[in-house]
Design a protein around this ligand. Structure first.
Ligand SMILES: *[C@@H]1O[C@H](CO)[C@@H](O)[C@H](O)[C@H]1NC(C)=O
Ligand SMILES: *[C@@H]1O[C@H](CO)[C@@H](O)[C@H](O)[C@H]1NC(C)=O
Ligand SMILES: *[C@@H]1O[C@H](CO)[C@@H](O)[C@H](O)[C@H]1NC(C)=O
Ligand SMILES: *[C@@H]1O[C@H](CO)[C@@H](O)[C@H](O)[C@H]1NC(C)=O
Ligand SMILES: *[C@@H]1O[C@H](CO)[C@@H](O)[C@H](O)[C@H]1NC(C)=O
Ligand SMILES: *[C@@H]1O[C@H](CO)[C@@H](O)[C@H](O)[C@H]1NC(C)=O
Ligand SMILES: *[C@@H]1O[C@H](CO)[C@@H](O)[C@H](O)[C@H]1NC(C)=O
Ligand SMILES: *[C@@H]1O[C@H](CO)[C@@H](O)[C@H](O)[C@H]1NC(C)=O
Length: 263
């Protein structure tokens, strides 16, 4: 006969071992595919200038940063550095700005001397820089699909039901956004997982000033990508392709498995 204390200990052990799977990463990054710039080059100078100006750049929207600066006519070539940053729409303005500031420093450390890089930091902001424009952002290069798991992979879980719930959530959100003309910063909803095993919180957003059709295309591609790449197997993912951002987080209800207390 197991004493009540043991039941308690086993239950706590169960909770701890399961929650330990939920260690969130505080940042992730992708260091371009363009190689390194040379130290003290014109590009390094203009990049430094761009990155320090980005968080202070005048802008129309509080959660989207876009800054470009050029260094004309040095050594026969014009050097330009492009930088973009985006916060999920529920992140407060000052918090977004602070995140972008820190992210510019973090990404330099995480991708030293890289000509192009993108990072997702502090669960609050996405930041990219490059030597080429992000202008044609929907006709992306496949390598520019950026997605960062924000939590561990789901084990011992009905992946199909998570994948289906997610796909439904994202499709619903896209319809909502299309219906009201993408007038809001972001669209978010929480759905209950099948069998009440927890919730999924899903969020979509596009950067300002892109057409509705571009926004829709980016979001549609993103949903497909999440389906084929993760298929509901990660507890949380943030996905970004310069013109749109999707994210989701699964919050599981901790239920002791039936039968585990009588062995
Ligand atoms: C960007 O960097 C790559 C790699 O060094 C280079 O091949 C390309 O010409 C650069 N593009 C511009 C516009 O400077
Ligand atoms: C780029 O620079 C980093 C850091 O200095 C170094 O580790 C890496 O090997 C370099 N890559 C190339 C292609 O030179
Ligand atoms: C650019 O900034 C980096 C990191 O802050 C620094 O190490 C480097 O010396 C700067 N380069 C130039 C040319 O100002
Ligand atoms: C969007 O476009 C309007 C008008 O062209 C401009 O005033 C505004 O600054 C732009 N916003 C962004 C974030 O680029
Ligand atoms: C970012 O700014 C550049 C230069 O001002 C502009 O050409 C580009 O269209 C802007 N991109 C977005 C997505 O607003
Ligand atoms: C460099 O930029 C300047 C100013 O924007 C422009 O007048 C010039 O034609 C550019 N030169 C080259 C080689 O692109
Ligand atoms: C992105 O969406 C467009 C339009 O719906 C489609 O033509 C294209 O094949 C999609 N690309 C990917 C990689 O899913
Ligand atoms: C997702 O995983 C399920 C179960 O493993 C599988 O049946 C389904 O085909 C997968 N879907 C995709 C898009 O890979």
């Amino acid at each position: 006969m197991i004493s009540p204390n043991w039941v308690l200990v086993l239950f706590q052990f169960y909770i701890v071992t399961n929650l330990s799977g939920l260690t969130f990463t505080h940042g992730d990054h992708v260091c371009g595919y363009r190689g390194n710039y040379t130290q003290n080059s014109a590009f390094e100078k203009i990049l430094n200038r761009t990155l320090s100006a980005l968080p202070e750049a005048p802008k129309g929207d509080d959660f989207f940063y876009n800054y470009t600066s050029s260094n004309p006519s040095q050594d026969h070539e014009n050097t330009t550095a492009y930088a973009l940053a985006l916060c999920p729409g529920d992140v407060q303005d000052e918090s977004c700005k602070g995140c972008v500031k820190s992210a510019t420093e973090r990404l330099r450390q995480d991708c030293p001397k890289q000509i192009k890089a993108t990072g997702w930091y502090y669960e609050r902001c996405m930041f990219s820089y490059s030597n080429t424009s992000f202008h044609d952002m929907v006709n992306y290069d496949d390598k520019d699909v950026l997605s960062f798991p924000t939590a561990s992979y789901i084990t011992n879980w009905n992946i199909i039901s998570v994948a289906e719930s997610l796909e439904n959530s994202f499709k619903e959100l896209q319809v909502k956004a299309a219906t009201d003309g993408y007038s809001k910063r972001f669209y978010s909803e929480t759905n209950i997982l099948p069998s009440s095993r927890g919730n999924i919180e899903a969020t979509i957003q596009c950067i300002p000033n892109i057409s509705h059709s571009k926004c829709d295309e980016c979001l549609g591609n993103a949903t497909n990508y999440l389906g084929t790449s993760y298929n509901g197997s990660a507890e949380g993912v943030v996905y970004y392709r310069y013109s749109c951002l999707l994210k989701y987080q699964v919050y599981l209800v901790q239920i002791p498995p039936s039968g585990s207390l009588c062995f």
